[in-house]
Each structure stands twice: as C-alpha cells, then as structure tokens.
Design a protein around this ligand. Structure first.
Ligand code: TEU
Ligand code: CA
Length: 550
C-alpha cells in the first residue's frame, strides 16, 4: 500500500492556472505547458478542481456530464496527454468528484423534469406544504431556502445553488451510477479522487424541519449511513485499486470520531479527510461572514487535538491552509505586508512537519495574498454575490459589506496565477476571467529568480520524502499555553523532532523542556540558525520557524 505520509499533493484550479488559447480561462493545455514548473516542486499528485461539462454556475461544481471534459478546458485527448506527461515525471492525478449533487442541466435532472419516474427518484423531490411553501426549513449553504420549485406542486432539494440538485443516495441506482463514474476515470488510469461534501450524502430520510434540538447539520451531515455508502463505493470502485488515494471533504461541525471512522484504513472508506475546524478561528460564532482577528490559542488547540487523536486512533489527516474556497492563509494568519516571506514559510513549516498528507494550493508556494477587488462587480463567485446581498439586507453599508467580502470571498484564492509581472501576469494573452492585481510584487518569475518561499517549499517536500520521522512519526503537542509559539514534537523509534513556530511579528522566547535539551541539528529554519544543542531557552525571531532533530 502507498505510504500516504510520503506524498505531497498540489492543487490546481484549472480555470486560473494558465490559459493556452487566449480566451481568458485557464485550461488543460495550460497545465501541460507548465509541467516544467510543476516538476520543480517534486510533488506526487495533482488535485484538479472539476473540469467536466458544466454550466459553470459554481465554477464546475455543477456537473452536467461526469465523463466528458468541458470544451472550456479542452478535450479528452488533452486530458490523456496531460495524464501521460505527468506520469512521465512521476505525478498522479486526483480528480474532483462532485457526487452529492449534479447540475440541473444533467440529463438525469432533465429526464426527471420531463416526467421520467425513474429519474425523479434520483433527486429529493417533495410536495409543497399545504400553504404552498417549501417542504422544510432547510437553508442553502449559499443562502436562502434549500428548496426550489420543481413543478407547480413540488420542490427539489439543493444544499448549494438552485442549479445544483442534491442526488438521493438512498436510491441504490444512484449509488451504482456514481460508482460507474469513478470506474470510468479509473479505466483512464486515474488513482486519486477527492470527494466533494461527501459527509452530506446520507441525509435524514424524513427530511424533518431543523429545530433547536436537531440542527440542520444533525439532519444533513455525518449520518451513520454515510459510512455504509462509502464502504460500498470503496468496494465497488476505487477500493479495487491498491494504489488509490482518496480524500473526503468533511465540512460542518463534524467530529473526531467521524474523521477517524472515515479515514482509518481498517474501515475501508477513504484514505484521508479534509477537516476545517482550524479555518473557523477567524469567524465569530462560526459565522464566516463575521470576521474577527484569528484566535491563535484556538487554532493550536484544534490542530493539536486533530493531530493527536488521529495519530492515536490510526486516522489520517490532509494537512492544508489553502484551497479554492478559502482566502489566502498568508492574509489571515501571517503578515503579508511586513513579513510576507517569513510568515509564508513559517505557515508552510507548521503544516508540512505535521502528521498527514500536505496539500499545497497553487500560488501558495510563491506567497500569494488576497487581491481585494474594489467592487462587488469585480467578484465572480455566486456565494460572494449572495453574501453581499445578505449583508446589505442585514443593514450593513456597502463599505462594511465590501470589507467582509474582500477578507472572506472564495475569489481570493481563485485569482489567476501570477507567472510574471506583465499586464495579465503572463496568465493569458486575452482578458482574464477574474482580475489580477499584485503581479508586480508577487510572481513566479521573480520568485524563482530571487525569492525564498518556493525554495523553502522544495526543502519541506524533500525532507518529508527523506525522513520517516516526518512521514510516520507520532505527534505530541508542546508548550500548549504559549501565546505566541505553535510547538510540537514528532517522534519515531525514540528519536524526536522538535518543531517551533513563532506566529507573530515580534521575538518570542520559549523555555525548552528538560527532556528536549539535547544534542542535534537544525533540520530547517527560515532564518540563519546554527545550533547543535538545545539549551534551556530559545529565542525566535518574528515568524521564525525552527525544526530541530535530536
Ligand atoms: O465546498 C463545500 C462547502 O461547504 C464549503 O467549503 C463551501 O465552499 C463554502 O465555503 C460554504 O460557505 C465544496 C466545494 O469545495 C465548493 O467549491 C463548492 O462550491 C461546494 O462544495 C458545492 O459543490
Ligand atoms: Ca483557455
């Protein structure tokens, strides 16, 4: 079986990576053209966001045909060429399987609409309440009711946009269709699959109203039956491949028990889980549209807890700061103005020395920051547009609403990759689909010529492959009450690796516990740091990271 701890996965948002034909939209040939760049990182796998046929209401998460490439991104021949060329440099592909819902343009939904009873059973279609209102009070994650009119008397369920109809996994025909989708891509040599909102596939069958006792989360997410459906999917598709690598997106208020259950190999469900508790620490009361300065103590607590529990209970975590749904971690937890390089490196080290499989989101390795577009019209994401309206409805001024959107919008991460400092950042010869703003300060060319972040990522990736203590060691939190430093110890066969990360822009001195005051060497630091023994205390520079191996 594959050692997940040795792998590093790079995420590409195809729409924003590189545009090969000047239409302003990144594409598969664009990725082919940049293989030399990808090769430099020495990653093992690329997760690509969906490029299947789609009306693009949610940038491809509204799939209208799971087995065809959207012409916007290229052709099946392009995909096959890309897969082959990546294989030549030892890189596998991870596809994004959006199986909780499909586009209302998908033939299944169209047939349901046309009256085909078989396909009506693929979706949650329910009669209106006697007063004509929606079947229950569930809310869409993108805002508003989770129900839209199917016909005069009926509604269909959509946890996201109205153009994304939830598939009814309780119907075994649906589960068979979806296993076939995975097997189709397996027949093209694909071993990696990321499963979108997979903990929502087992909704409560009765579709009851949520109440203070039974929150919508309780009714929709992480029902025990999700585990049965995953075991079945595993058995009927990717589980037949010893080299498969799978990751489930486990959002919401999920629990450690569930993370373990989904990812413990003995359960035969998934290889690992994406968890999100550490990305809630700058939200007031868990509301992503109420921003607060990040709560460092909570960040440590949450990450330490997941690492410890998964380490003790044989679960496996996907460790990450960024993805296509999140504003840049550097803008949230680092200091992009005064310490862009140092804080980017410190954040990277914090994650890359942890137990789990690290994911790098394209652009993270050059220290990308939030673009802060000026007007709501400059944003593209359906969620941002809905949130802006909601914030105005709540009585906020447009300035106040924009401040929140600028901080939180998913478009932050979706801004096209900056390849050089030219007008469109070398991303396209046409007009980019989303604005580009900081290419004069941050771009691949300058970073490779004289930056230090990319090089630091290369070192982190190399160390993980070389040292088993990083890939396989246990995880123990350290200095849990320290208000500035995120510290932990990795341990394998009695050997220890101490990882210290100063999360703030001022010096921080730590007391080294007695049992760690030993001879050893600095494995990596983002400052010049020579040490062959740990004394009783150690001073860290602003945003300094030090990894010390006994
Ligand atoms: O996201 C699921 C999800 O619930 C959130 O991460 C969501 O993006 C948002 O932050 C809610 O506030 C997945 C995909 O990653 C996302 O891009 C899709 O829009 C969504 O599913 C629907 O397919
Ligand atoms: Ca293009």
């Amino acid at each position: 079986m594959t050692n997940l701890g040795k792998k590093v996965i790079y995420q590409i948002y195809p729409k924003s990576f590189y545009d090969s034909n000047g239409d302003g939209i990144g594409d598969l040939r664009g990725i082919i053209n940049k293989i030399d760049y990808i090769k430099k990182l020495n990653i093992d796998m690329i997760w690509m966001n969906p490029f299947f046929v789609s009306p693009q209401n949610d940038n491809g998460y509204d799939v209208a045909d799971y087995c065809k490439i959207d012409p916007l991104f290229g052709t099946m021949a392009d995909f096959e060429e890309l897969a082959k060329k990546l294989k030549d440099i030892g890189v596998d592909i991870m596809l994004d399987m959006v199986l909780n819902h499909c586009s209302t343009e998908h033939p299944w939904f169209k047939k349901a609409k046309a009256g085909d009873k078989k396909y009506q059973k693929y979706f949650y279609i329910r009669p209106a309440k006697p007063d004509g209102s929606a079947p229950n009070n569930w809310q869409s994650i993108f805002g508003g009711s989770a129900w839209a009119k199917f016909d005069d008397n009926n509604y269909y369920l959509h946890l996201f946009d109205p153009s994304q109809a939830d598939l009814d996994w309780h119907n075994s025909d649906v589960r068979k269709e979806l296993a076939n989708v995975i097997n189709f891509w397996r027949s093209k040599g694909v071993h990696g699959f990321r499963f979108d909102v997979i903990n929502a596939i087992g909704k409560d069958k009765e579709l009851l109203d949520s109440t203070p006792e039974h929150s919508q989360y309780d009714l929709v997410f992480d029902k025990p039956v999700v585990h049965s459906y995953l075991k079945e999917l595993n058995e009927n598709s990717f589980g037949q491949d010893a080299d498969s690598v799978t990751v489930g997106e486990i959002g919401g208020e999920s629990s450690i028990d569930n993370y373990v259950h989904y990812s413990n190999p003995d359960e035969h469900e998934l290889s690992m889980v994406f968890t999100f508790q550490h990305l809630d620490v700058d939200c007031k009361n868990g509301d992503k549209w109420q921003n607060i300065p990040f709560d460092f103590m909570r960040l440590k607590k949450v990450l330490n807890n997941i690492e410890v529990q998964l380490s003790q209970r044989n679960g496996w975590n996907a460790v990450f700061w960024n993805n296509h749904d999140q504003p840049w971690a550097l803008s949230r937890f680092g200091d992009p103005v005064h310490y862009r390089e140092k804080s980017a490196e410190m954040l990277a080290a914090t994650i890359h020395f942890m137990r789990g499989t690290p994911y790098i989101y394209m652009g993270e390795e050059i220290g990308m920051v939030n673009p802060s577009y000026d007007n709501i019209a400059d944003y593209n994401d359906v969620e941002s547009k809905n949130a802006y309206k909601m914030l105005l409805d709540q009585g906020k001024t447009s300035e106040e609403a924009m401040k929140i959107i600028k901080y939180r919008s998913r478009d932050n991460a979706r801004t096209p990759m900056h390849w050089d400092s030219s007008k469109n950042a070398g991303f396209t010869t046409g007009t980019p689909w989303l604005g580009i703003k900081h290419q004069d300060k941050i771009n691949v060319k300058d970073e490779l010529d004289h930056g230090e972040i990319f090089n630091f990522y290369q070192k982190l990736i190399k160390l993980r492959k070389e040292l088993d203590i990083i890939s396989d060691g246990d995880y123990h939190p350290l200095l849990e009450d320290d208000p500035n430093v995120f510290a932990y110890v990795r341990e394998l066969n009695g050997q220890k690796l101490l990882v210290l990360n100063n999360f703030f822009g001022k010096d921080a001195t730590i007391q080294v516990p007695k049992d760690l005051q030993k001879d050893g060497k600095v494995l990596l630091s983002n400052y010049d740091c020579q040490l062959n023994k740990l004394g009783d205390s150690l001073k860290l520079e602003p945003y300094q990271t030090v990894a010390f191996l006994e």
